[in-house]
Design a protein around this ligand. Sequence first.
Ligand code: FAD
Length: 283
Amino acid sequence: MPKSPVLSQSSIYSPHSCTLVHIENLTPQEKLFRFRLEGSDPLGHMPGQFVQISIPGLTEAPISLASSPTRGPEFELGVRRTGSLTSAMHDLKLGAKLGIRGPFGRPFELNALRNKDLVLIAGGCGLAPLRSLIQYCQDQPNEFTSVQILYGARSPQDLMFQDDLENWRQSPDLSCRYTVDNTPAESCYDGRTGLITELLASLALPTDNCCAVIVGPPPMYRPVIDQLRRMGLAGKRRIMLSLERQMRCGIGKCGHCTIEHLYCCTDGPIFWLEEIEHLRGAL
Ligand SMILES: Cc1cc2nc3c(=O)[nH]c(=O)nc-3n(C[C@H](O)[C@H](O)[C@H](O)COP(=O)(O)OP(=O)(O)OC[C@H]3O[C@@H](n4cnc5c(N)ncnc54)[C@H](O)[C@@H]3O)c2cc1C
């Protein structure tokens, strides 16, 4: 991977300037933003990493990379309107200049995923970080035996990346299924309704050579893990997941994101299940 021009700066506390080059509405509360670094250098990230993004004079927030480094030097973030920074981002116009620190954090361990049957499971906004890995799998299909994508959202209007979902469904190298928890009576949605655990239970998992990756809201983890285990996914280095905690520095200094002895920003956000399962408050 290319060396990160951002991390090679003199201070990891100094944001690097980037320009907003594309905005897309994903859902009523989420938008996709594409950025170009000053000088058009690649960010040098790996799937699963995050950046600290800032609007000069306002504040900064950690946001996961939603695009794969295999897609060129520009990078994308899928952002839910939550508070001060993300709301201000939703009001930005093309050409806006933002600050960026990173890429930070432990990525998905691609070496452990190679030559495996992958089950990639996302809930809600978790599809944004997982999209980076999905794009990587799509661009390097020979590295993986098979790739199944499962995605759950609350309602049809909350389904993120709908064009990508269709593209992944059509792709010869991937399989993609999604479900929504509830379908309003007036909706014309004709897809699957039900929990993601039900969708998972309906599949035949090739468990001998299988690795699962889970990214979603905290309440999703335990039921999905229990279901994977019932289906035979047992033992170490079989389930990888992403943990989000409130973060400030992003570089293991301030202690805001600790889970017992682990720093979510530098030891994670990607962990193997057995590394965190026994820690209080992790899941
Ligand atoms: C590693 C990592 C990756 C992330 N990736 C994404 C992403 O791809 N897309 C996206 O939309 N968001 C992502 N987030 C969440 C995002 O950083 C928070 O929602 C952040 O608070 C938004 O900043 P804000 O200034 O808009 O909100 P603020 O004004 O800071 O806060 C809004 C509210 O969210 C709460 N909050 C802050 N951080 C978190 C958190 N980590 N989990 C739960 N609640 C929190 C605050 O207490 C407050 O109540 C990520 C967080 C982490 C740690």
